[in-house]
Design a protein around this ligand. Structure first.
Ligand code: B4P
Length: 195
């Protein structure tokens, strides 16, 4: 069975932090749409120029662009045995696009990192001091939380109905959160293998 996973949660929940650990444990690539966009902005590519202003304002990049990037990435050799998508899908349209790319039933688990708004805002303000990401100003951070609530949060119910949601408390030390994710994922993977 190929290990096809998603990780979702509000901006600042620790998705990127946990994604690399999950990917290493299950031997799959972690694919972050946010990282792909930032690398293109840094490299000054045509895609980077198209998305820079959108990301700086904390808006979502248009689905047409984002879906194509993911489609291309999932065709690469290293994703054939499974993958972890980080930050995608982010709205219902992207879920439908992903369902078309991979047969929706092929998703094994969706990790939901649960962290309240005050905690995520304070984490991102701390990151702003260290990394200086342009979308980590307080105003844009709060706007990104609103975009998450309006567009991404509805996906939690949708994946819950599919019986693949693994909800994890994202508050606590990074290692503790990782252990919670591993135990939730191991149980979900075992149930899928038996089914
Ligand atoms: P992302 O790159 O996904 O940015 P993010 O939501 O802020 O998550 P990130 O992974 O960076 O933060 P994390 O929670 O790991 O997206 C950026 C932008 O790209 C979007 O706003 C949008 O414009 C665009 N985009 C991306 N995907 C898209 C899509 N599918 N469709 C349309 N547009 C898209 O970590 C946050 C901080 O918390 C880190 O500093 C970390 O050190 C810290 N942290 C982690 N775990 C912690 C813990 N347990 N305790 C304390 N701090 C912790």
């Amino acid at each position: 069975m190929s290990t096809r996973l998603l990780i979702i949660g509000p901006p600042g929940a620790g998705k990127g932090t946990q994604a690399s650990r999950i990917a290493e444990r299950y031997g799959i690539p972690a694919i972050s749409t946010g990282d792909i966009f930032r690398a293109n902005i840094k490299g000054g590519t045509e895609l980077g120029k198209q998305v820079q202003a959108i990301i700086e304002q904390g808006e979502l990049v248009p689905d047409s662009l984002t879906n194509e990037i993911v489609r291309d990435r999932l065709h690469q050799d290293d994703a054939q045995g499974g993958f972890l998508l980080d930050g995608y899908p982010r709205n219902v349209e992207q879920v439908h696009a992903l369902d078309d790319m991979i047969d929706g039933d092929a998703l094994v688990a969706v990790v939901l990192l649960e962290v309240d708004t005050d905690e995520v805002v304070s984490r991102l303000l701390k990151r702003a001091e260290i990394e200086g990401r342009v979308d980590d100003t307080e105003e844009i951070i709060r706007h990104r939380q609103d975009v998450y609530a309006a567009q991404t949060k509805p996906l939690v119910e949708l994946f819950g109905e599919r019986g693949i949601l693994v909800a994890v408390d994202g508050i606590g030390a990074v290692d503790e959160v990782t252990e919670r994710i591993f135990s939730g994922l191991d149980a979900q993977l075992a149930s899928k293998t038996v089914a």
